[in-house]
Design a protein around this ligand. Structure first.
Ligand code: HEC
Length: 140
């Protein structure tokens, strides 16, 4: 039984990976992100979606997919974090250079990927930046 369950799970993961691309389709993204106050363009939606995928792969292990952070390992909540809706310099510095037990991501993330992640975290979970983040203006 156990083997069959494992097989079924593997199969569904595999199929989802191949055919489950609906998370990225413009209609689904628009439903996920648009609010009465903010209608994102298709290009912006793609950037948010890319940021979400990168966030899940790179950051959620500590800050959680819900953005609520984990007190036990000292990872602060990003949900409702004022750094992300204010001047982003400090948040970007932390991601590039690390701080305390948070590792540095400067080598792991291109500017383009960093911009996508910052766009996601500053607009997800009710964070209301209302804009896509460009990283050019931020000092290293
Ligand atoms: C290994 C666990 C870990 C991973 C992975 C991680 N972080 Fe962190 N993060 C932390 C910890 C711990 C802190 C608190 C650092 C300190 O001030 O001592 C932190 C702090 C931050 C802060 C500053 C928050 C504040 O209120 O000061 C931001 C922004 C942040 N992380 C974003 C990210 C992003 C974006 C990623 C993915 C690219 C990421 N983190 C990946 C553990 C992690």
């Amino acid at each position: 039984m156990r083997h069959i369950a494992t097989l079924l799970i593997s199969l569904s993961v595999l199929l989802n990976g191949c055919f489950g691309g609906s998370d990225d389709d413009p209609q689904t993204l628009a439903e996920q992100w648009n609010t009465p106050d903010k209608q994102w363009t298709e290009t912006e939606l793609k950037q948010l979606s890319k940021g979400q995928n990168l966030y899940k792969a790179t950051c959620a292990g500590c800050h959680l997919a819900s953005g609520e952070g984990q007190l036990t390992i000292g990872a602060p909540a990003l949900k409702g974090n004022h750094l992300l809706t204010g001047d982003l310099q400090q948040a970007i510095d932390t991601v590039r250079n690390g701080r305390g037990t948070m590792p540095a991501f400067d080598n792991a993330l291109t500017d383009d990927k960093l911009a996508a992640i910052m766009s996601y975290v500053s607009n997800a979970w009710g964070n209301s930046r209302g804009d896509i983040v460009q990283t050019e203006g931020f000092a290293h």
